[in-house]
Design a protein. Sequence first.
Length: 248
Amino acid sequence: MCDVCGCGDTEHVSLEVHQSLLSDNDARAAHLRAHFREDGVTAINLMGSPGAGKTALLEATARALGARRRLVAVSGDLATTNDGERLARAGIPAETITTGSACHLEAKMIEHVLHGESLGPSIAASDFFFIENVGNLVCPAIYDLGQTANVVALSITEGVDKPLKYPVMFRHADLVVVTKMDLLPHLPGVSLDALRDALSRVMPAPQAIYLSTVDEQGMAAWVSWLLSLREKSLRSRPSEHRHVHPRP
């Protein structure tokens, strides 16, 4: 899978096996996407490294948007249900997908939750379904989950060269959310111009929002982007489905 995800493993995974795995995943992702479109659900695949602030971003999103829109989430992690519990405490119906050793979520995992009795009905009735992927800057980018958009959370503390080091992740991103911006004054030598340049080198259509969940700078721009994405996705639905789940 080295040529696709960037892991460098040319010996242990055959091309044929990997293509078969991705074909099955893509078929399941198409099934998920059909469900999301029919139910009027805007699904966000939120990716990023461990500690990038993905869970904190969703908590802040619930504070900023939760009263106006119905939010549901799943959180992927190798072990513990900590992040899912945090989201539930923030008022987001949530479920944890514990992957064990898998470093990414796959469509079959989301499919299992969608058709489950616990969270499935809430997902179908939601405005935004957030898929908080496993903390990783490599493999999650290549597994389609039926999402409306890919968002990458990148902490300003991680280094401005991360897009150049992990180009596949950022190449697949519709938006990069640069988090923890309140720490920028304490990071001498960190250049936002350098980060913007790195993003422009790897993203087909560079788009970034710079925010902090501590002082809420940039949160208005993030909420505006989400609402705009939802409007676009609803307009693209077949006309016979546009009456489903009317929103206030």
